[in-house]
Design a protein. Sequence first.
Length: 197
Amino acid sequence: MIPEGRPVINEADIAQRVGVPLATWRRRDAPAFRQQVPSLFPGSRFLIYDLEQATAHLQGEPVPPLPAEESPDDQLNDKEAAGILGVDPGTVRAYAGQGYLSRGETVYGTRVWRRHEIERRRDNPPGQGKGGGRRAGEPQGPRKAHAYAGDPRLRTASDALAAGEGAPIGRIAAGLAQEHGGSPRTWERLLNQARQI
């Protein structure tokens, strides 16, 4: 976590401040530095440090502690955000890609989000509240009228059913399609609807 308002630094910038190439600094100085100055994101492949702590160590002074209290503007990586949300870090990255979270900010190659944004997402997950379909136990409202409700061809289909009593619907539908146009399948649907009226 990057505490609110705290500038950060990575190993490349530390090596530049010391005045040595990065490879030399990593080989010669980094092991002792890492024992004294903790990375802000332990276990991350991007080693980022608090600037004040790094500067104090480089000047031979005691390393000051980080603020202990949490702030809404602390910056969290995907693992820390996942811990708050109760999901995997990959899910946090997917949320950001799909628009459920902001894209976040990139700090030295690490994507970070503000604590208040993650907590807001945790406290107000999408899909909660009104909407989302019929509640269990609620009566179902009136069903949608059939697609052919009010169609004048229903009267023709009803008359054809009465006239061709006992004839297969497919045969009646084929005759109506030939006489009035349209497909036999449409007339079969109209005949089935006319039966229910």
